[in-house]
Design a binder for this molecule. Sequence first.
Ligand code: PLP
Length: 379
Amino acid sequence: MFHYFDNAATTPVRTEAAQAALEAMTQGWGNPSSVYSFGAQAAARLKGWRGDVAAALGCGPEEVFFTSCGTESDNWAIHGALELNRRRGRHIVTTAIEHAAVLEPVRTLERQGYEVTWLQPDHQGNIHPDQAAEAIRPDTVLVSMMLVNNELGTILPVKETAQAIKRSGSSALLHCDAVQGFLKVPFTPSALGVDLLSISGHKIHAPKGVGALYIRRGLKLPALMRGGGQENGLRSGTEATGQIAAFAAAARLGAAAMDKDIAHMAQLKSYTLGRLAQEVPEAAVLTEGGAPHILPISLPGYKSEVVVRFLGDRGIFLSSGSACHKGKPSHVFATLKLTKPQRDGALRISFSYDTVREDVDALVSGLKQARDQLFASLS
Ligand code: PLP
C-alpha cells in the first residue's frame, strides 16, 4: 500500500488503457501500412484512435500527429516553426518557467544566434497577459508558452497571447506545451488560438512513450522524420499501435470524466490546504495556482530531498520539484522571490482522479512526522 502524489511526473496506466494496448499488440498487431486486410484493419483502428484523441482535444483528426512523447512534440513544434518562418526573422518569445523540453531547445537556438525574450513570472509564478504583447516584434517568428506550469500549477495566458500576436500583425507562430493542461483544464486548441500544441500520454494514465502534436489545419509544418510517409508524411516510422491504442483509451475515458475529475482534484487540493493549515502550519503554500492537480508547498528549513526520502521510506511519494530535473535546483522556483530556506524546502504535491482523502491524511501525518523528527537545517 502506498500513497502516490507525483502525478505531474507520471501517472499509473489505467486498466482500460493497458487492455487496449494488449489487444492492439496481441490481436490487431498488423502494420497499418500493409495493403492486405489485416493491415487495413490496423489502419482502420489507427483512424479510430486518432479520432478519440482528437475528440478529447477538441480538434479535427487530421490535426493530430502521434509522436513518442511530449518532449518530441515540443522539439518538433519549435524547430518546425522556425524552419517555416526562416525568412521572416530570428526572434523567439518564451517564458522562463517552461519545461526543459522547451527550455533546452530554445537555449540551444539562442547559442546559435537566435534572439530570445524570456518572460519572467511574478513572485506567484504568474505570467501576465500584456508581457507577451510587449515582447512581440515584427521579426518574432515563434512564441512558445506552456498552458499549465508543471511545478507550480499556474495557468499561463495562452489565449491572450494568441490575441496579442494577431493584433500585432506579426507572423509569429504560437506553440503551447499543454502536457500538464490536457484533461486538467478545459480548452481546445482553436479556442486558445494556437498553431501548435503538445500533449503526452503518460500524464493522462496512458503508457510512457507516446504523445501527440496538434498542427493547425492548413499550417505546413515541415516533416520531423522522413521515411515511409506515416503520419501524413510528417513523422515517418511505423506507428506505435499498442501505445497509441492505450493513449486513445485514456484520452476517451479522461475526456468523458473530465469535469468530474477536475472537481474531485480541486476538492482534494482544498482539503489538503485545510489539513496542512491545521496540522503543519509552518508549511508555506508557494502558490495556489489555477490547475486542480498541482500544489507546491515548502517546509522552510527542511531540505526537500531529505523530506522526500523520509516520506518515501513510509510509502508516500511526492517530488521535490520536477522529476525531469534529476535533483538539479529547479529553474522555476529560482525565478520566484523565495527565501533560501523556502526554496530548499520546496515540495510538489500532485493529484489524480484516483487520489483519495485517505491518501491526503497519510501525507499530512507523514509531513507532521517529518517536521517533528528531522532536524531543521535553517541556514
Ligand atoms: N512538458 C511538460 C510541461 C511536462 O511536465 C513534461 C513532463 O514532465 C514534458 C513536457 C515532457 O513530456 P514527456 O515526458 O512525454 O517527454
